[in-house]
Design a protein. Structure first.
Ligand SMILES: Nc1ncnc2c1ncn2[C@@H]1O[C@H](COP(=O)(O)OP(=O)(O)OP(=O)(O)O)[C@@H](O)[C@H]1O
Length: 234
């Protein structure tokens, strides 16, 4: 199976840091798989996610993403190119940062489409469908800041998918949730994978990792483990 995302020799040395956060990471992510990235605190998980997703530029190595327009060298794009790529090709479910507390649930989702030039009325109609599909019908006009943590993560999952992004990145998506709500959010993310999306999720939670197709383990910025769940496609 060809890779949707392919990283080679990734290095990340933060300025002033005593050691590299990433040190020669090679990783291939196949279309349609769910990959959990695990490892101790400080092992480089978030840095890897940010480099794979074009949020940070690596100090060495390459990241290649297959897109409808052909392969794109994410590492080589400038800031504007990487933000366009993130907007058009990728979806993000982070604990915080992408959603705006003062906007409604509907606006938070619709804005992702409006950024690509879709008119507001159409974007809001699509956003309402996504919110309903994720169990948030009736809460469209609620300010994000007045939603529960689990509801806000559903908004993030709607926003991540509305653009048609094939590749979703999540960083501790259930970290702030109680276990039942966290399990529901994970169900929704894995539901997106069942429908053909690809998921890379950073987690400390062995329960989440156990439900992913594959677990990649980092230590000191290197991949020290890469195993497929029994029964998952390899
Ligand atoms: N902006 C930064 N500047 C300097 N050093 C950084 C920066 N961000 C992360 N680091 C360092 O890089 C290393 C990897 O950090 P990273 O956040 O990727 O780890 P992590 O595995 O996600 O950790 P955690 O599980 O605690 O979130 C750590 O030593 C961290 O201190």
């Amino acid at each position: 199976m060809s890779s949707l995302l392919s990283a080679r020799g990734l290095g990340m040395a933060y300025r002033g840091a005593p050691a590299a956060a990433l040190d020669g990471v090679d990783l291939d992510v196949a279309a349609g798989e769910s990959v959990a990235v695990m490892g101790a605190s400080g092992s480089g998980k978030t840095t890897l996610l940010h480099v794979l997703a074009g949020i940070l530029r690596p100090t060495s190595g390459t990241v290649t993403l297959q897109t409808a327009r052909g392969p794109v060298g994410v590492h080589a794009l400038d800031d504007a190119g990487r933000s366009r790529l993130r907007r058009e090709e990728l979806g993000f479910v982070f604990q915080q940062g992408l959603l705006l507390d003062e906007l409604s649930a509907l606006e938070n989702v619709a804005v992702a489409r409006m950024l690509s030039g879709v008119p507001r009325a159409q974007a809001e109609a699509e956003a309402a469908q996504w919110l309903a599909a994720l169990g948030l019908a009736g809460l469209e006009q609620r300010r994000l800041g007045a939603l529960s943590g689990g509801q806000a993560q559903r908004v993030a999952i709607a926003r991540a998918q509305i653009t048609g992004a094939r590749l979703l990145f999540a960083d501790e998506p259930t970290g702030a949730l109680d276990s039942r709500t966290g399990a529901e959010v994970l169900d929704l993310l894995l539901g997106a994978v069942a429908q053909g999306r690809t998921l890379v999720v950073v987690t400390h939670d062995a329960g989440i990792a156990a439900r992913c197709d594959r677990v990649v383990e980092l230590r000191d910025g290197r991949v020290v483990g890469d195993r497929h769940r029994a029964g998952a496609r390899a």
